[in-house]
Design a protein around this ligand. Sequence first.
Ligand code: IMP
Ligand code: MG
Length: 183
Amino acid sequence: MLIRSAEQDIERVIYTEKAIAARVEEIGAELTRRLGDKRPVLVCVLKGASFFYIDLCRCMNCAIDMDFISVSSYGAGAQSTGVVRLIKDLDNNITGRDVVIVEDIIDSGLTMHYLKELLSARKPASITTVSFLDKSTCHDKSLKTDICGFEIPDEFVVGYGLDYANYYRNLPYIGILRPECYK
Ligand code: IMP
Ligand code: MG
């Protein structure tokens, strides 16, 4: 593992701060249109989705409830372990509520699948899945989210909440990490 500065470790910026803000605004408007009269519960999947989540909440022009869940599938590496573990559950009951699961990225689709099953069992009125990024070539179409920010190729990306071993989360853009940093 070779962690230097962002300037050295990021191969290429794929979404700038400005491009991110524009897309988040569109997603906020879409969710407001779909669920604006229902006071949806927006569920942040910690920690990766945190930046996207906060920006998205600010772009919603309606009453919302905020709640947070934490799961782990990656451990400290760049490869999914294939096992999803619940680390922190929601604080509030979601039975009868309209729930929006807000994720940072869909890779294999395993984490979102797990979350959907977990929360469905609590009998919400509806579940809408949102992911800021989607590596669409890495999973079958049945695992697609209802709303996706950007579809990206199968590269390891960091920034705007996304990490490698907890590094780079606070970069304001999304960039491709040089493979020598995680191989
Ligand atoms: P999945 O269960 O394989 O869909 O993986 C989803 C989780 O893996 C996400 O919530 C991220 O935390 C993490 N992840 C997947 N791809 C990347 C990436 O390119 N960079 C950083 N984290 C990633
Ligand atoms: Mg992560």
